[in-house]
Design a protein around this ligand. Structure first.
Ligand SMILES: Cc1ncc(COP(=O)(O)O)c(C=O)c1O
Length: 401
């Protein structure tokens, strides 16, 4: 396509005030489905991307106490010192590596941390490696800044595990970063230590950043240890880890996340952060301090509840014609495949219209998975059962051949 026809496309079909980089932002498949569902009655949502449990009492109380104590001003640019210290202690013990407050910056949810990390590295001519399917923010943020992407496809038949050799083979001379997300949204797949070590070692050797999104790091089932990139990397020079309180403590709307990196990288990112959101929400940073110092019961109870739901969902998907499932080990998603060539978006739309079950089309999460749908089990066991009382008979009637 010539530049002039591209200009016409951009400037005549869209309002001309927008930076052409805005074209890298897709129409979000999740919003489309949820908006349509909002206009319908008796919808069962298997579309939810946040915990359905109330936040722990001590977290709510700490927010209110912070507000009453007048904690309504800005914090330091890196974040509330008490939260930075608490996170440093917590991560040092969890990852068995010495981290200080200078290795951490508090952000407005993990979303801001991802935004800062990706857009601070992406530039025209730079190459990135991203799994496919993946959380829908990564690719547009890279592309908005001119970066190019190689997608590493994962498959339901292989539990959506990432082959580290495929990642290593995709590295090019201009590769600047590899994005990882374990447990993954949308697949719930947890990468084993060996996968992370192989990728991190090669990345360190070649001077490539690994940006590891670990927001679901506490949603790990079957008593497994969580392999964080922090404990699989020899040093921090090539690693940025992002996470948040959103999923672990049901605090998604409180918008507190963070980025962990070398002290040098944090210094630079602090300057950038001043130009994005300045600082994160102050009372909710105090809530984060309370979360880290509170009891572990909330997480343990959530794991018990989500394990039951995961196990039942796996059984129900197995009983559903045309769906290929697997057993996810983390997060609260399953990403079953429909037969090759079947359009998952049509299936999700028809499921919603004809049965009132809201799922998310696979293509929301990448180019390789248009024959998939994302199912979330962040809803009651009763809702999961009722949803499949509708889905199974509907699927039985379909002839996708
Ligand atoms: C993989 C992944 N990363 C990041 C986020 C955003 O987290 P936060 O609410 O902390 O911005 C989400 C939210 O769904 C997610 O699934």
């Amino acid at each position: 396509m010539s530049l002039s026809s591209l200009d016409i496309d951009l400037y005549e079909s869209e309002d001309p005030i927008w930076n052409p980089a805005m074209m890298a932002i897709p129409v979000p498949g999740i919003r489309k489905m949820v908006n349509m569902a909002a206009s319908m009655e008796d919808v069962i949502h298997l579309s939810i991307g946040q915990p359905d449990l109330p936040a722990p009492e001590n977290v709510v109380n700490a927010t209110i106490e912070a507000l009453r104590a007048g904690q309504t001003g800005y914090t330091m640019d890196a974040g509330l010192p008490e939260l930075l210290e608490s996170l440093a202690v917590y991560y040092s013990s969890r990852s068995q590596r010495k981290l200080t407050a200078d290795n951490i910056m508090i952000t407005t949810g993990a979303t801001e941390a991802i935004y800062l990390a990706l857009t601070a590295v992406s530039a025209p001519g730079r190459h990135f490696i991203v799994p496919d399917p993946a959380f829908m923010l990564y690719a547009p943020m890279i592309r908005m800044n001119g970066g190019e992407i190689t997608e590493i496809t994962t498959r339901a038949e292989k539990n959506h595990q990432l082959d580290p050799q495929e990642v290593i083979d995709a590295i090019q001379p201009n590769t600047h970063a590899i994005v990882l997300n374990s447990p993954s949204n949308p697949t719930g797949t947890v990468y084993p230590k060996e996968t992370l070590e192989a990728i991190l070692q090669e990345a360190a050797y070649r001077g490539i950043q690994v940006i590891s999104d670990e927001v679901y790091d506490h949603l790990i089932y079957d008593g497994k240890e969580y392999p964080s990139a922090l404990s699989c990397s020899t040093d921090l020079d090539n690693l940025m880890v992002v996470s948040s309180f959103s999923k672990t403590y049901s605090m998604a709307g409180m918008r507190i996340g963070w980025i962990i990196a070398s002290q040098g990288a944090i210094k630079r990112l602090r300057r950038y952060h001043m130009f994005t959101t300045t600082v994160a929400n102050t009372p909710c940073q105090w809530a984060g301090v309370a979360a880290l110092h509170g009891s572990n019961d909330f997480i343990q109870n959530m794991l018990v509840e989500y394990t039951k739901r995961r196990d039942r969902l796996v059984e129900l998907v197995e009983q559903t014609p045309h769906l290929t499932g697997y057993k996810p080990e983390g997060a609260f998603y399953l990403f079953p495949a429909l037969p090759e060539g079947v359009n998952g978006t049509n299936v999700a739309l028809r499921l919603l219209k004809e049965t009132g079950v809201c799922t998310i089309p696979g293509e929301t999460f990448g180019n390789s998975c248009s024959n998939a749908i994302r199912l979330s089990y962040s809803t009651s066991l009763g809702n999961i059962e009722r949803a499949f009382e509708r889905i199974i008979p509907w699927m039985e009637k379909q002839d996708f051949g």
